[in-house]
Design a protein around this ligand. Structure first.
Ligand SMILES: [Zn+2]
Length: 142
């Protein structure tokens, strides 16, 4: 079925993240000096005055986290979402530290709660784009 929702707006700094999703890999930006993780791409706060993204690189991450906050949408603010309501949008506290906002799939919205363990699931929406949705972690996987 043709994708009838908005597409991600991808800037050059974030291209590697979206390219990884196409390969079904979840990557985060990581400081190679101190190991701190970031999303989206950012400067490492532990080393001020470093030029640009000097010591940071995209690295494969666990794709796991816990729901920090969420809301359930009962109204479609874009016609493309009319058949999806109700759906859940959540802020996920990733195991590596950064917060990540995305949609929760694979469960009834009523099952979603703060602290729920979740994991990434790749949604290939077009030939060019894959979205990182999250779903409840499979029992025993954590
Ligand atoms: Zn650092």
């Amino acid at each position: 079925m043709a994708w009838n929702k908005p597409l991600p707006q991808i800037d050059r700094d974030m291209e590697p993240f979206w390219d990884a999703l196409k390969r079904h890999e979840f990557v985060l930006f990581r400081c190679q000096e101190c190991g701190a993780w970031y999303w989206p791409a950012a400067f490492c706060r532990n080393h001020p005055n470093k030029p640009l993204f000097g010591s940071l690189a995209w690295e494969k991450a666990s794709g796991k986290g816990k729901i920090f906050a969420f809301n359930i949408h009962y109204r479609a603010f874009h016609p493309g979402f009319a058949n999806d309501i109700p759906y859940v949008y959540a802020l996920i506290d990733l195991d590596e530290g950064p917060m990540f906002g995305t949609r929760i799939t694979g469960c009834d919205p009523k099952e979603v709660h703060i602290g729920l363990p979740v994991e990434v699931v790749y949604e290939d929406i077009t030939d060019k784009y894959t979205l990182p949705y999250f779903q409840p972690s499979k029992v025993g996987a954590r």
